[in-house]
Design a protein. Structure first.
Lengths: 380, 304
């Protein structure tokens, strides 16, 4: 062995022992979307999560973040690497339901904990639930169900429904119809990623509807709302918060003002945890938090609360500590249902302009202590 | 009836937008024999330039001018630095290199502007809807896109058929060695054609960005449709690009609007919706296949 080789070997040993010294803490692998069109969501989840760790001032959590590029195959590769070579204890971070379906079942089968900060596909809430899988955000249908409940209370009786033609889109319309009691003026599935809605808006104009429910996340929602505002159609819009998050609203501008949308969180929910979160987030990142930021933040605080109560090596005790959800959620009341999905209030918000910034304010509660429709199918 | 008229206008507007993309693509493809996957990135650059300048100056029109200038300048730069080395290589190398350009431009734009969509609003003159004769209410901006598309088409026909540059472009398409031998500076011609195509893509991006959304990766879905248009119209033909774009725009819009209703006549409503919309999204590819069976070189294509 040459001198240089010896030196490298020595350094490697040193690094290994240094690594062992910190092995007492919890290693968290975050797989999330940091590039491509959906990057805004992943960045917010990551920033919220990191903010919670920073505010707790803890050094017990070692966080590894990797970009899944919104591709299921890449997410699976990262998960394998994190589990086998980084040996993480807890996985989190996935935004999209199709990626969650690719990663979560395999990860929990290997005894890892998975805390979902966003995706909540029905398969993982019902028959496919797992004792090591916790969803800290919502089951996918929840915000749509709340939109349906709101439509009833607003007196809408003839809704036009619009969603992209993929699983979360069909779930959205199914969720809306689960609570909405009126008639359907039309039900249109658009292409995923479509950005021109002229044909659909023409149909809405001629449908005789008294309300339009739409689920078009990301750039799709921006395009739809701008075109809708220009079209001269003035039927009221209602939808889940995904098309009205803090980042999207700035791109939509005036076209979104006054639109009602449903969310489990908003920056004006009045509790000390939320006030501290909103203030610290703005100070740290110079922008208002979105609901994705709040979900990342809650996920980290849930993890920290469980770590304070139990040692991760005792998986049963750690699981019980997670189930207790003994942390101050920025949403206020928060508990887990029997399938490890949240039971929480879902609010109706209205888009307003505060100074130069477009944001939401809460105007009422759509559903109280809502669990989800699939809990009964879950056998743990 | 009003609904059908509105959908026909929508199809026309969509076709014009596609034409702006496809015209540049077909010129570059036809004259230079180059497959340029990065055409969608130039579209994105145009939209971002328009949004940035409009936000800084408050004027949409300055933004529009900036989108043309930025896309043309970037197009010329890319041609000189990268594309020029690719003419002699085969199509696989061109596809690889221009795909790399997509990645560079996407991440570069993200680095400059961030991951969140930018805001670009319409100028007051063009916002809102106008009432057309017959009582049809239609967004003013979409009418403006149709008008701009027609003007660009007329301008290109004039350029190709009536000017010296047009003669050179047509000659370059027919036999590039011969016109080089006749003393035409082929390198300069190629740079100009590429910049012209880039400017059209940038203009299209700025126009579309103001009704849709300005974000990283916005160019790729349009690029696929632009390629379909070019293949239908025939490679290298501006006339083909125009006819192809209108065909694709009409087929797509009317298919989406009419098919679900058609199926609802003999099927259950929810099944009709899903079958109809699935078929509508395939329709333009069916159209492309039919055109290629009928005319393998496309409608106005001179060579395969």
């Amino acid at each position: 062995m040459t001198l240089k080789g010896k030196l490298i070997a020595g350094l490697a040993t040193l690094a290994l022992t240094a690594g062992m010294a910190h092995a007492e803490g919890v290693k968290v692998g975050m797989i999330t979307t940091l590039s491509g069109g959906g990057a805004g969501l992943g960045i917010d989840v990551r920033d919220g999560f990191q903010l919670a760790l920073k505010m707790a001032g803890t050094s017990d959590v070692e966080l590894i973040v990797e970009d899944d590029q919104q591709k299921p195959d890449i997410a699976v590769q990262i998960a394998d690497k994190m589990i086998q070579s980084d040996q993480v204890d807890v996985l989190t971070g996935i935004i999209w339901s199709n990626l969650a379906m690719a990663v979560v079942p395999a990860a929990v089968a290997q005894g890892k904990f998975y805390l979902s900060p966003n995706a909540g596909p029905s398969a993982l809430a019902g028959a496919g639930c797992d004792k090591n899988y916790f969803n800290v955000a919502w089951q996918n249908d929840n915000l749509h169900e709340a939109a349906g409940a709101y439509a009833n209370s607003a007196g809408y009786a003839n809704s036009f429904m619009l969603a992209p033609n993929y699983p979360a889109g069909t779930d959205a319309i199914a969720g809306y119809k689960r609570f909405y009691e009126g008639a359907a003026a039309g039900e249109v599935y658009t292409q995923l990623g479509q950005t021109d809605y002229a044909a659909e808006i023409a149909q809405i104009r001629n449908s005789g509807a008294d309300s339009v429910f739409f689920f078009l996340p990301g750039g799709m929602g921006i395009a739809f709302m701008k075109q809708y505002a220009e079209s001269g159609v003035d039927i009221p819009l209602v939808g889940p918060a995904f098309s009205f998050d803090q980042n999207i609203l700035q791109a939509v501008g005036d076209a979104a003002l006054g639109v009602r949308n449903t969310s489990q969180w908003n920056k004006d929910i009045d509790n000390p945890a939320n006030a501290a979160f909103v203030e610290a987030y703005q100070a740290e990142y110079g922008r208002l938090p979105s609901l994705y930021s709040s979900q990342g933040y809650d996920t980290a605080n849930l993890l920290l609360s469980a770590m304070a109560k139990a040692d991760l090596k005792d998986a049963d005790a750690f699981r019980a500590a997670l189930e207790a959800a003994d942390f101050a959620s920025v949403r206020g009341d928060f508990a887990f249902g029997p399938n490890h999905h949240p039971i929480q209030d879902i609010y109706v918000r209205e888009v307003v302009k505060e100074g130069d910034v477009y944001t939401n304010k809460i105007i009422g509660t759509a559903l109280e202590d809502r669990g989800d429709a699939y809990a009964a199918e879950c056998k743990m | 009836m009003l609904l059908l008229a509105e959908q026909v206008l929508n199809g026309l507007q969509y076709g014009m937008m596609l034409f702006l993309m496809a015209a540049g693509l077909t010129l570059v493809f036809g004259v230079m024999g180059l497959i340029n996957l990065a055409h969608g990135s130039l579209y994105m650059v145009g939209a971002f330039a328009c949004a940035a300048v409009a936000a800084a100056t408050g004027s949409f029109w300055l933004g529009l001018a900036a989108s043309l200038a930025a896309a043309a300048a970037l197009g010329a730069l890319v041609e000189i630095v990268v594309i020029r080395r690719l003419y002699a290589r085969d199509h696989l190398d061109q596809v690889l290199a221009t795909f790399a350009l997509i990645l560079v431009f996407s991440e570069g734009t993200r680095w400059l502007f961030g991951s969140f969509p930018l805001y670009l609003s319409l100028p007051p003159v063009l916002s809102g809807a106008v009432t057309l004769p017959g009582g049809l209410i239609y967004p003013a901006f979409r009418l403006a896109i149709i008008v701009i598309g027609v003007l660009v088409a007329l301008g290109l026909f004039w350029l190709i058929t009536r000017t010296r540059l047009g003669i050179r472009i047509r000659a370059g398409e027919a036999d590039r060695e011969m016109i080089a031998a006749l003393g035409v500076d082929i390198a300069k011609l190629y740079t100009m054609v590429f910049a012209l195509g880039a400017a059209l893509a940038g203009l299209s991006g700025a126009l579309v960005g103001s009704v849709q959304s300005v974000q990283v990766g916005m160019g790729e879905p349009v690029l696929i449709l632009a390629f379909v248009t070019v293949v239908i119209g025939g490679i290298g033909s501006i006339k083909g690009a125009l006819i192809g774009a209108l065909l694709v725009g009409m087929t797509d819009t009317l298919g989406k609007a009419l098919l679900p209703g058609l199926f609802a006549r003999f099927m259950e409503a929810s099944a009709a919706t899903s079958v109809g919309s699935a078929l509508a999204s395939m329709l333009i590819y069916v159209l492309m296949a039919l055109v290629l069976i009928w005319r393998p070189t496309g409608l106005y294509g001179a060579r395969a």
